[in-house]
Ligand binder design. Sequence first.
Ligand code: FMN
Length: 248
Amino acid sequence: MMLPPKALVYPMPVGIAAAYGSDGRADACALGFVGMCSHVPETVMIGINSTAKRKTRRSILERGCFTLGFPSRSQIAEADYLGIESGYDADKLSVIGFTAVKGEKVDAPVIEQLKVTLECMVISTSDVGSHTQIFGEILCIHASDDILDEKGRPDMSLADPLMYDDYGFRYYSLGGALEKISRPGRKYKGRRFRTTIGNNTEDYSSREVLPDCPCHHLDGSESIRIRLFAVRLMPADRLSSAVMHLRL
Ligand SMILES: Cc1cc2nc3c(=O)[nH]c(=O)nc-3n(C[C@H](O)[C@H](O)[C@H](O)COP(=O)(O)O)c2cc1C
């Protein structure tokens, strides 16, 4: 089914952007428009609506810095509240009992109750349609001890981040860790194509086929080359059906 266009990354982590306002008060808002941008320098992007009421956007642009924290599943009510009330109308952090301290590297509040928080300095902005994309270089990361693994890295299953689906307007949690990156795909690595002869489907890698495949000189068509190679490897009892296939 074809669906109408919609800004969508599926799913999105819920981020909490925080900044000091011109009144000096720490405020924060919930964000789904959150993404990684660069390894060098380490950079994230947040998108804040420039056509709607957003105190956090104004504060970030005025101060040139912000923090981006990630709430846990257990903080769903607090995170949601930060996304439905404006800092123009309430002292949001004190309403939900969150506290903040000034960042180590930037002049922005680090919310103490969030398990992972990035301190970011604004390095550029770009208006794209309704939203201002704010690019922040990450100057340091705060992670609470209880979510670190044995190597001192944040463990996502311990942090239990809150996720959001902008299609269903619904929060989700992660389903748990799967395999390590680069392991599940290994069974396909080096394979360049699959071919079917008769009822049999086989995988062949280019390393196996290209060096001495005799049909290079017979026919330019890649599909014929693949099939001839298959004949070479085939047990005698399957050879006759393969030859018939080639004659078609
Ligand atoms: C889950 C969730 C995700 C949100 N994502 C964004 C977003 O990416 N960009 C944005 O401008 N507003 C987003 N909002 C809305 C703002 O958080 C909301 O308007 C907030 O009240 C703004 O507060 P402020 O005026 O204190 O900045 C989101 C709200 C929720 C609940």
